[in-house]
Design a protein. Structure first.
Length: 438
């Protein structure tokens, strides 16, 4: 059903100098500031509309739309104005700007919004975030992550090799994070892939070298071929026809959604994270979190955002208040108050531009665009994660990407096979880790 938009404001602008800031729905959704004659990034196909954007909220051609927040600098010397959800943890309206003639714009929203103003867009964004009066986030640890070198083919031996290299190269790494590839299937988080021998054993090895153990999960995703999907199909969110609701497609298969309002699924999720915590892991990257906020038929009759926040709360309770929780692929404004750090951009990559110039594909350009556009969130909503540092010689424009990671002042995570680093890569990795805010 189309969403009904109600007019909020009509303003005169200078079309040559006016600027609009769109806030995207989740970590990977484009967010940033555009000129009025720009063409904002939009999904290239239906799958990316689900995986990287807000499903069901298409934008008319020529319009701008923020999910829960939109700001405008009229460009005529008058203050910038912002329209945002009064409580984005409960309701996130879409806020739309349409240019009606050369010098008039109209603002509309499909839910209640509040307005504030300031001198310019960066200031009005910061003012809105400051008004939330959240506690300062804890300093982020310095991380090494397996993903951007090994991807899903990572092995236990790869982790051991890089553990030794950290000592040899004198890198100040606090956390060694095992990324996607340790598990047998999405949803079967406690069953190892054939490339790992002992999850508790590798955590012990990491800690024995004076570092902390971290691990990746995608808690709300379930693979169709997983044991969980086969044995507990009633734990899945359903569509209106009773079939498993789809969270898009990735890893060459469909993605199903865990229904954390089902008592059995909730108990399972709590057991997964309590087990990982007991095994020695105290740094958790929770990924593809958008799935938990998708609409669908759940065991308990609750709205999707409430189900999402309750699911994250289950994770936090299981890992303990002292564990570090990083969100990724998460609905941004509904995640306020839940995470220590948050990915604020789509995935980077060893290459500068995405395939076919599709913003939804990994690449340094889209990661920089949205990472810079969300800099106002850093240390106000959480610690910003600009995505991993890659400094090996094979990485395209590695100097520019390292400068972006450094400029954010947020979480620093190296993601190279450390023995592949040349002198520049080693020195840059050592310096950015050492200078990371403590």
């Amino acid at each position: 059903m189309p969403h009904r938009f109600t007019p909020v404001a009509s303003l005169r602008v200078d079309p040559r100098t006016a600027r609009v800031h769109e806030e995207g729905w989740q970590s990977w959704s484009p967010s940033g500031t555009y000129a009025l004659d720009s063409a904002p990034y939009r999904p290239a196909n239906d799958n990316w509309a689900t995986v990287c954007y807000r499903p069901g909220r298409s934008v008319p051609a020529g319009a701008f739309q923020g999910e829960g927040l939109l700001a405008l600098d009229p460009g005529d010397g008058s203050p910038a104005r912002l329209w945002a959800a009064p409580d984005p943890t409960r309701q996130v309206p879409s806020v739309r700007l349409t240019v009606r003639d050369g010098a008039t714009v109209e603002i509309a929203a499909d839910g209640p919004v509040q307005e504030c103003s300031a001198a310019d867009i960066p200031t009005v964004l910061a003012r809105w975030a400051d008004a939330l009066a959240l506690p300062l986030p804890r300093p982020a640890p310095r991380v090494w992550c397996s993903w951007y070198e090994y991807f899903t083919a990572v092995t236990e031996d790869d982790i051991h090799e890089n553990l030794r290299a950290m000592d040899t190269l004198g890198l100040p790494v606090d956390v060694v994070q095992i990324d996607d590839g340790h598990q047998s299937a999405l949803g079967d988080w406690l069953t190892l892939s054939g490339r790992f021998r002992s999850r508790a054993g590798i955590a012990d090895a990491i800690r024995a070298r004076g570092r902390r153990a971290g691990i990746w999960t995608a808690p709300f995703l379930v693979a169709p071929h997983s044991e969980l999907a086969a044995t507990s199909p009633d734990w899945l969110v359903r569509d209106a026809d009773g079939a498993p609701a789809r969270a898009g497609r990735n890893w060459d298969h469909d993605l199903y959604v865990l229904d954390t309002t089902h008592p059995g699924a909730a108990a399972y999720l709590s057991d997964v994270y309590a087990t990982l915590r007991a095994e020695g892991y105290d740094y958790f990257k929770a990924d593809f979190l958008y799935a938990g906020a998708l609409d669908g038929v759940r065991h308990t009759d609750t709205d999707a955002l409430s189900a999402y926040r309750a699911g994250v709360a289950l994770i936090r309770e299981a890992i303990g208040a002292d564990a570090y929780l990083l969100g990724c692929g998460a609905p941004m404004l509904p995640s306020i108050g839940l995470f220590d750090a948050m990915r604020v951009s789509p995935d980077t990559a060893p290459h500068r531009r995405p395939e076919a110039d599709d913003y939804s594909q990994p690449g340094q350009d889209p990661a920089e665009f949205t990472g810079a556009g969300r800099q106002w969130q850093h240390r106000r909503l959480w610690t910003n994660d600009p995505d991993c540092l890659m400094a090996r010689p094979a990485v395209e424009t590695r100097e520019r990407w390292a400068a972006h990671v450094e400029a954010t002042g947020g979480l620093v995570a190296s993601s190279d096979r450390l023995l592949s680093l040349d002198h520049w890569g080693t020195e840059t990795t050592r310096r950015l880790l050492a200078e990371a805010p403590r």
